[in-house]
Design a protein around this ligand. Structure first.
Ligand code: URA
Length: 304
């Protein structure tokens, strides 16, 4: 297995890759060694244009969109081989991208995850990895924060008390849990149900991005601040994040379906928060109604 990428470098790369993705550039590949004069350089080509990612890799600030940026500009920068391999690990074509069956593609991602030891959560009491569950062709996807004790026990997201409330929310929308796909930002239980650390989210979320690119939902609902902030790479409050749709594309990966160009993302309260403060359920219902409208869904009539 490749060494774990330094979190700062991973963050900088993720920001950089998101920037290129937003410009419609997804394909990164290595310049042949002969073109690099044999030096150890992290020169990556995109859309037949040479782009040097390492040039900005240590710059935590993405280029200003107004800043003139030429993809032709490619100054080879000497970097240690370990960094080069890590960079390529982050941006390489993923094996599931050549597979059209989403069940098989998700299986490939699960296998790639393996008995993951990429972050400290593997040695902090997790019983198992909680990968994700549901319809691999779902139009709607819910993303939570991370497994709790019940999820860690069962290997399935949202099966505890918060999960019961999520099930009720799903039912209120007039759909079945089996119709949607459910996953978390981190796939291992943080000890004592603490909030996952930023580096844990950054290490784990590329696998979620790959799951999203396979499922190709029409709408993602981010449950709570951790999911919202990680997916949107924004550090705003829930108040600021809720109540609107965002255009979302998974970072660092493109779906193999050319017709899927990303999806809408809405933010709502985490069910565990709603259990603590049920007065906010009405607000969450407003968020879900916005999602239902987007998906052309009608809430079922109440029986009583
Ligand atoms: N909370 C989450 O964020 N995810 C789960 O799977 C369970 C509880």
């Amino acid at each position: 297995m490749l060494p774990t990428l330094d979190p700062e470098l991973r963050r900088a790369l993720a920001t950089r890759i998101r920037y290129y993705n937003e410009m419609g550039i997804y394909d990164f590949y290595r310049r042949p060694l002969s073109e690099r004069g044999g030096e150890v350089a992290t020169s990556i080509s995109a859309d037949e244009e040479a782009i040097n990612i390492s040039e900005h890799a240590s710059d935590p600030h993405p280029p200003d969109p107004g800043e003139e940026m030429s993809p032709r500009k490619a100054t080879a920068v000497a970097v240690p081989r370990e960094v080069e391999e890590n960079v390529l690990h982050v941006i390489a074509l993923k094996p599931e991208q050549s597979v059209s069956d989403p069940v098989k593609a998700l299986k490939i991602i699960r296998e790639d995850l393996g008995d993951c030891k990429r972050c400290v959560l593997h040695k902090q009491g997790r019983k198992q990895i909680v990968f994700g569950v549901g319809n691999p062709n779902a139009e709607l996807m819910f993303v939570g924060e991370g497994p709790g004790a019940d999820e860690d026990e069962k290997g399935e997201p949202f099966v505890g008390r918060a999960g019961q409330l999520l099930n009720n929310m799903i039912k209120a929308m007039g759909i079945e849990r089996e119709q949607i796909y459910i996953a978390n930002i981190v796939k291992c239980r943080p000890p004592g149900n603490r909030t996952p650390e930023r580096d844990e989210c950054d290490t784990c979320s590329p696998f979620l991005m790959r799951q999203i690119a396979v499922v190709k939902p029409k709408v993602i609902v981010a449950l709570g601040a951790t999911a919202a902030k990680t997916l949107l790479a924004m550090n705003s409050s829930m108040m600021q994040l809720r109540g609107r749709f965002y255009d979302f594309k998974p970072t660092g990966i493109r779906s193999n379906d050319p017709n899927w160009n990303g999806c809408k993302l809405a933010v709502t309260y985490h069910p565990a928060f709603l259990l603590r403060d049920p007065r906010q359920k009405g607000e969450a219902w407003k968020d879900l109604q916005m999602v239902m409208k987007e998906l052309g869904m009608k809430a079922p009539a109440k029986n009583n």
